[in-house]
Write a protein that binds this ligand. Structure first.
Ligand code: ATP
Ligand code: MG
Length: 350
């Protein structure tokens, strides 16, 4: 990997409500990575339309959600001047490289993706071809920028493994031509996922065995970034728990998914570890802990929600941020795509 400049890429889909899982598993990490890396953060609108229109909501909803996710990036502290923030559909090279990756990836690899199986559900015949091809587009998103690191939630681990497999196969299939064009042994890096911290998989507040998700029909299953203080307090108070007091150490969380989830959320919001949270709250009742968790969540999330509302009030500003980011992203994307086309053997000079 030594030959590749370190670069971070990650994306969020503009579908449904952004929730605490997206914040702790992804966006908060995006903010942290800015201190040490060049970062590219993308609102992945091409991914959003892999779902049925009834899910992504149609054109008005898509553009509104695209601006809302952008607002969340900015409100959480992403600096769109020092780094790059844009929406995927403005840089057409994403779709172009995805096609090449569709021809690199094997049916067997894509068929093993659990996200496809979960999202397609029982009615697989009726899922879009795009939903099946989603991981190849995701690999293209990352490798178009030859990104070396991708901060994501735990649910995306398998897609990152596929991204590495695609990069590896491209590097091997075209090795002599890659070498001949002066790119050495590998054109694409083997990208590392960054899945770290106490909240890489935030669970539903209603069911400790299900991921907190935008698409859960129950709004009480998640805390949305735009929820007001009263709503956050209500949702934390109503979160499912068991009747036992909190354990004194992490081992005591192993068979208690709901308790584990709330302690993980607290630790991530407080930027500490689960063990430390249990030192403070172990042996106590959930009601006390929930009160503290609600206060902490309101303290951390309410200012982000308020800033999001302010930013979405000026869509012109958000659109300018995205256009400027897209222009800078396209400069890198064009260069990669030109080299890829040359390596594959597509004739042309543009
Ligand atoms: P969908 O259910 O439509 O896939 P999502 O909530 O998974 O929506 P995405 O846009 O697919 O949102 O994911 C954005 C980022 O948020 C990814 O890095 C993903 O891993 C992370 N993420 C999503 N849900 C969680 C969660 N419950 N806990 C931690 N991270 C999460
Ligand atoms: Mg997802």
């Amino acid at each position: 990997m030594g030959q590749f400049k370190e670069r971070v890429f990650s994306g969020v889909q503009p579908t449904g409500n952004l929730h605490l899982g997206n914040y702790l598993g992804a966006i908060k990490r995006f903010v942290e990575m800015q201190a040490t890396h060049d970062c590219i953060y993308c609102v992945v609108d091409l991914h959003a339309i892999t779902h049925p229109v009834s899910v992504w909501g149609g054109p008005d909803e898509l553009s509104q959600q695209t601006r809302e996710v952008t607002a969340a990036f900015l409100a959480a502290g992403i600096d769109a001047n020092k780094h790059i923030v844009f929406n995927q559909s403005q840089v057409h090279e994403h779709a172009e490289l995805a096609w090449i990756f569709n021809c690199i990836a094997r049916m067997g690899w894509a068929s093993r993706m659990t996200q496809f199986k979960e999202k397609a559900g029982k009615d697989r015949e009726n899922a879009s071809v795009g939903l099946f091809a989603y991981p190849m587009l995701m690999a293209a998103d990352i490798l178009l920028y030859r990104a070396t690191h991708v901060p994501v939630g735990e649910d995306q681990k398998q897609h990152l493994e596929l991204t590495r497999d695609i990069a590896q196969k491209f590097n091997t299939d075209f090795a002599p031509w890659i070498e001949a064009r002066g790119f050495g042994e590998a054109f694409f890096p083997l990208t590392e996922p960054l899945i770290q911290g106490p909240a890489t998989r935030v669970m539903s507040l209603r069911d400790g065995s299900k991921k907190m998700s935008k698409s859960d029909p129950s709004d009480y299953s998640r805390i949305n970034l735009t929820d007001d203080a009263d709503t956050i307090v209500q949702k934390v108070r109503k979160a499912k728990t068991d009747p036992e007091p909190l354990p004194g150490d992490e081992k005591g969380l192993e068979t208690r998914p709901e308790a584990d989830n709330l302690v993980g959320i607290y630790a991530a919001l407080a930027e500490t570890e689960k063990a430390k949270v249990l030192t403070d709250f172990g042996g106590g009742q959930f009601s006390t802990f929930k009160g503290a968790l609600a206060d902490l969540a309101v303290n951390k999330l309410a200012p982000i929600g308020a800033e999001m509302r302010r930013l979405t009030g000026d869509p012109g500003h958000i659109d300018r941020v995205l256009a400027d980011g897209a222009e800078r992203a396209a400069t890198i994307a064009r260069e990669t795509m030109r080299a890829v086309k040359d390596i594959v053997g597509f004739v042309g000079t543009r």
